[in-house]
Design a protein around this ligand. Sequence first.
Ligand SMILES: *Cc1c(COP(=O)(O)O)cnc(C)c1O
Length: 410
Amino acid sequence: MKAGFTTTILHSDLESPIEHNAMHKPMHPAVAFGYPDAGDLVKVFQGLQPGYAYGRQGVPTTGALESKITKMEDGIGTVSFGTGMAAIGSTFTSLLRAGDHVVSSLFLFGNTNSVFGTLEGFGVEVTYVDATDAAAVEAALKPNTRMVFVETIANPRTQIADLLGIGELCHARGLLYVVDNTMTSPYLFRPKMVGASLVINSLTKHINGHGNALGGAVTDTGLFDWEKYPNILDAYKSAKPAMRGLTQIRKKGLRDMGASLSAENAHRIAIGAETLALRQTRSSDNALQLARLFAAHPKVSAVYYPGLENHPQHARAKSLFRSFGSLLSIELIDGIDPVKFLNELDLVVSSTHLGDNRTLAIPVATTIYFEMGAARRAQMGIADGLVRLSIGIEDPEDLLRDFNNALDAV
Ligand SMILES: *Cc1c(COP(=O)(O)O)cnc(C)c1O
């Protein structure tokens, strides 16, 4: 990316001519694309010529968004999906086979944890480790390890993986390194900097930010040598070596499983992305102010936020991320019911979801992390009273007042 982050997003569509000099790539909801010369259709099918054939594998509107995400992540290509989970599930099912082994962070988005459970049923072995230390990942490696998977800032306890150490390890061992960048987004952190092979983003979260469209994406950073990856099918070995991974993800994941992003949602996400940097600067600032309020408050027994000096990975976050993000979790002192506390909040909405413009709060043990059971919650450091906050872009004084009032009332 030569221009700055926001400039690049704003001018991406204008790189190629647009009908009527429109400022945005138009929305193309077309399902099928017709070719005057049938030979061109054949070439598009065989990947010998760029173009669109059937909407399940992409339309020009998703293509325009993919090219923005590629620039944001400084990658070589992106495949978009209807949700972040579709991007994650398709990456796994496209690239893993029965008998393969995956090392994953123990601190995972709940649904990703559940997908790994499904894969185990199909014969993929998964080892969960405390990925805040690359040595734990190294100790778990086996001869059949194919992939290492981590998130940047883990939800809800904000543990930060040893992103650089794991990158060096994966590079030395030739392992596929997959990083879920949803919590940071490419504005706060580019996983390519630490050697990630594939970067996954839920576009639903910060990148769109407005809570009005689901989407997901997988970006190839160009750092991984796909010629050495044993699970590339013969049909995709004709692709340029650098593009084999994404080609297989687009065909086996997007085309075969069909979780495609609609043109309408791609357009909404592209508009949201234009203000990603502005929104995330504001939400990170708000989160830091609130974290300091909670840290000093007698009714709060624990605050988890990477921007606080006492966070175990504060130094790592400071060195890797542009700011500390909008995810914050707190525990209230014994005897305060978290549900009562949330009901005392006036502005802040009790809701799941993250990276929204509005500030959202949820007690996690009884909701998002309920299905996995108490033992796994304990392993992940999720206390029964833990409240997760996703801080938005409201005026900071309004948020400070709302939380102060609710803490006074309980
Ligand atoms: C929300 C989220 C996902 C899933 O994204 P959806 O778009 O909701 O499917 C994946 N990973 C992380 C870290 C998330 O926060």
